[in-house]
Design a protein around this ligand. Sequence first.
Ligand code: TYC
Length: 105
Amino acid sequence: MSQESDRFGDDLAVKEGRPKLKKPLLYRVILLNDDYTPMEFVVIVLERFFAKPRELAVQIMLHVHQKGAGLCGIYPREVAETKVKQVLEFARENKHPLQCTMEPE
Ligand code: TYC
């Protein structure tokens, strides 16, 4: 082995320890009640964008209808932003005033 390769790697240091993984901040996505959006439309929103089974979607929709607001799901920021946008776009396309917002968990 040459002197050159003998020295190879002598000054390498490996930093041990925990990797610096930041936990993503989470956001609640909330549906708001209104007097005009059809109940069936809200159920479809919950099925389509929040992957809720029909029965749960109906329960959440009724909760929003009775209490004024309700939780659709909790997601990292970018996912929550995308879901809010998708819901609002779908509602506007169908001429419904449905509102959807997000708030820090
Ligand atoms: N209140 C609406 C109605 O009586 C139904 C509704 C439920 C609307 C939930 C919005 O997020 C909502 N047709």
